[in-house]
Design a protein around this ligand. Structure first.
Ligand SMILES: Cc1cc2nc3c(=O)[nH]c(=O)nc-3n(C[C@H](O)[C@H](O)[C@H](O)COP(=O)(O)O)c2cc1C
Length: 739
């Protein structure tokens, strides 16, 4: 509309208005301006969403690192050349096992063939430069699958690169087919000079078993790379990862021998690390259990605060037992996040907890390895030889006591390979004979050692009897035992309601006690054992001198008193398990046992939204427990929240699988009983379906969903499962599961 016409029209309109109209208009304008001014200056800021302020600045993995590192150092071909390497083994791990296996493979190749082999973090290299490698520069990939068939954090960059490159190749081929070979296309990464082998770690209880290993393998080949050996898989379901790895490695050795024309060296143990004890070193610089330099000698306050992943000392502000039976107990713990602005969480995140090893296991390993006399003598750990794996898995200098207590996973089951390798260090013919009798036959080993959950200390004691294994090198222990890794717990509090406090919910198995208050064999549930000891200390429930039923004791004060007064080392890990942004969106939650923990946080948050006047959408919760009178947790919370939200908004149902005199019922049965409403809600925009608990339970619930869809639509179960896949893809279906 031309400007003059608008001016004419408004002039005509104004001319027709009375004085009273003008006054009214003026009043209206003044009211609007005053209202705006008032709300800006005097109103309270909105109570929700607080998540915005409490967003955790998580390290973003490869991207963050890549910006900091020089391009050359991130070019794998350059590193090969610069360090004169023969092979690089790259590990992609979430909880440390792939890293350990990659290091073992590199060490084995050094020992067997005198190869210059390096084990390295995938994140240290730019995946786009894999194409720079020559066929004489082979690479090994050792990759675990996490979450719901997802890559570990440090595999993300490779994962994204391979998917993008393969999609580009598909597009390129399509264009060429359509428009002829001359069709202009972007350059597709060419990996045809890459020679590789691959081992995937997974657990067949999960729906997407070893998805990362299989996917990376096929994408590499799609881009022209050549696998010169078998693609191995290690299945954690039956605890067979170690054995699977050893068989795969044997085949890889054969393939490498062919590929590179190698000769086998005389077999003898070559330590990967040099360890020197030095009593004269100033104690302030010695790591006594501090996880990193930022916490060394700092009295609990870390110096470098810019990384939310760095663990910090968090006080346990309250702890209680939600239930207790003869063999197990369930803990609810609350921790104060303190004042460090980088330590924050969002509803649905995880808390990573760094446990320590129990006193008796530390003592027994020190004694069995002949290190009791030097338990507190500082030692320097450096890489042995120039061409090896230079990364030291623990801080140095440290002490044997700190090494076994804080830095290494010493309570895991000993593997056949590690047990066999001990033969070189047997302190006596009797010990050697004892060792040989258990390692000679894999079946005997499985029953005598694996099924009995023997730790390394158990085995050394068992076969060495009274002889300490004092020729056992500390390097051997560093190579064989993984670095201590945190255990993750779903946070059971809402960040909007408790921004500076997190709560966790954990079930601990009570270890079987048979002598002197110490478990006979191994340690069941390292972190949960540690948390129960902490709970006893915080609540004052500990019996003097640790009565047998109290379980193992721990150095709860931490190194140099870092954790005294009931603190533990923890950090927040971001999780994609999040509530929809709109509080009106319906949500369906399915959880079993402690799997209901994040749902406690979700419902708590929705109640808060209601309390501040927001509308809350339909909220359904299906929970599974064993026994109503025993392990049904947070019953009072659910009841109170249903009263606040109203049954028309919040509905919850329970299934019990071990209720005497009642038929077993599981969460998937509950979901099926409510099929009509569940299916209807899933059609609504923004609806989310959450599952939290064991992988087996999650699989059963997903199958139930597929069947329900097939029944509603009359289509086949395969088609229904495609629909489930789409739910996952579009983040309508979210899972937080464990093996
Ligand atoms: C929370 C969680 C999720 C997992 N998800 C899968 C999965 O989707 N598929 C699979 O095959 N294995 C899965 N696993 C099993 C791991 O791959 C297996 O435990 C592996 O040994 C871990 O290796 P890492 O320590 O190197 O990360 C999962 C394990 C955990 C604890």
């Amino acid at each position: 509309m031309p400007l003059e016409l608008i001016q004419d029209l408004s002039r005509a309109w104004l001319a027709e208005q009375s004085k009273a109209d003008h006054v009214l208009l003026l009043l209206l304008a003044t009211t609007i301006i005053s209202y705006n001014l008032w709300s800006r200056l005097f109103s309270k800021p909105p109570d929700i969403p607080l998540e915005f302020w409490y967003h955790v600045p998580q390290a973003t993995g490869a991207l963050t690192v890549s910006r900091e590192k020089k391009a050359e150092a991130r070019n794998i071909a350059h590193v090969f050349k610069e360090r004169n390497l023969d092979i690089v083994i790259l590990w992609g791990t979430q909880s440390g096992r792939a890293q350990l296996l990659a290091r073992r493979l590199a060490k084995d190749l050094r020992d067997t063939f005198a190869l210059r082999a390096l084990a390295a973090d995938l994140n240290d290299f730019d995946p786009a430069r894999l194409s720079d490698l020559a066929p004489t520069q082979p690479v090994g990939f050792v990759l675990s699958t996490y979450g719901d068939g997802d890559p570990s954090d440090n595999t993300n960059a490779l994962w994204t690169f391979l998917h993008a490159a393969a999609a580009q190749k598909d597009k390129d081929e399509y264009e060429k087919k359509k428009n002829g070979d001359s069709a202009a296309a972007e350059e597709v990464p060419d990996l045809s000079s890459l020679r590789y082998v691959l081992f995937g770690l997974g657990n067949s209880n999960y729906r997407l078993y070893n998805r990362v290993g299989t996917t990376v393998d096929s994408l590499l080949q799609r881009l022209g790379a050549v696998r010169f050996g078998p693609a191995g898989t290690g299945d954690d379901a039956g605890g067979e990862t170690e054995n699977d790895f050893v068989s795969w490695r044997r085949e890889v050795q054969g393939a490498l021998q062919m590929e590179l024309g190698l000769t086998v060296q005389e077999p003898r143990y070559r330590p990967a690390f040099e360890v020197q004890h030095d009593a004269s070193v100033a104690s302030e610089g010695v790591y006594l259990g501090e996880p990193n330099a930022s916490l060394l000698n700092c009295g609990g306050t870390r110096r470098r605060i810019a990384d939310a992943k760095v663990p910090t000392a968090m006080p346990v502000t309250s702890a209680r037992r939600l239930w207790e039976t003869e063999g197990r107990l369930c803990l609810h713990m609350e921790l104060d996040l303190g004042t460090d602005r980088f330590v924050k969480y969002k509803t649905g995140d995880h808390l990573a907890i760094w446990p320590s090893n129990p006193d008796h296991e530390v003592r027994r390993l020190l004694a069995a390895a002949g290190l009791l006399g030097r338990a507190h003598v500082p030692m320097f750990i450096t890489p042995a030889g120039g061409d090896g794996d230079c990364e030291i898995p623990v801080p140095s200098p440290t002490t044997p006591d700190a090494l076994f207590r804080y830095y290494l996973e010493i309570t895991g089951r000993v593997s056949l390979e590690t047990a066999s390798a001990l033969a070189d260090f047997a302190p006596s013919p009797a010990a050697l004979a004892g060792l040989k009798s258990v390692v000679a036959d894999p079946d005997t080993f499985r029953t005598v050692v694996s099924a009995a959950r023997l730790t390394l200390a158990d085995l050394l004691e068992e076969v060495g009897r009274d002889d300490p294994w004092d020729t056992l090198p500390v390097s051997f222990l560093l190579e064989r035992m993984g670095p201590m890794r945190p255990r993750y717990y779903s946070i059971s509090s809402s960040a909007a309601v408790h921004p500076r406090t997190v709560s966790i919910t954990a079930v601990a198995d009570k270890p079987p006690i048979t002598w002197e208050g110490a478990p006979t064999r191994g340690c069941y549930g390292l972190a949960t054992g540690y948390l129960s000891a902490l709970e006893r200390a915080v609540t004052g429930a500990a019996a003097p001198d640790g009565a047998p039923e109290d379980g193992p004791s721990y150095a709860l004060d931490g190194p140099r008193g870092l954790l005294s007064g009931g603190n533990l080392l923890a950090s927040v890990r971001e999780s994609p398990f999040k509530l929809p942004t709109k509080s009106t969106a319906p949500i369906i939650m399915v959880g079993a046992g402690t799997g209901v923990a994040p749902f406690r946080a979700f419902v708590q948050e929705r109640v808060r939204r209601r309390e501040v006047g927001q509308e809350v959408g339909r909220t359904l919760l299906f929970m599974g427990f064993r026994n109503e009178g025993v392990d049904f947790i947070y019953k009072e919370d659910w009841e109170a929240w249903r009263r606040t939200l109203g049954a028309e908004v919040f509905g919850y149902w329970t299934a019990f699988s071990r209720e005497p005199g009642r038929e077993k019922e599981y969460v998937q049965d509950l979901v099926r009983t409510h099929a009509e409403e569940v299916m209807r809600l899933l059609e609504e925009t923004g609806c989310r379906f959450y599952i939290c608990g064991s992988a087996g339970m999650a699989r059963d619930v997903v199958c139930a969903l597929g069947r329900m869809r097939a029944e509603v639509t009359g289509k086949s179960e395969e088609e229904a499962m495609e629909w489930v896949k789409r739910l996952r893809k579009f983040k309508t279906l979210l899972e937080d599961v464990w093996g």
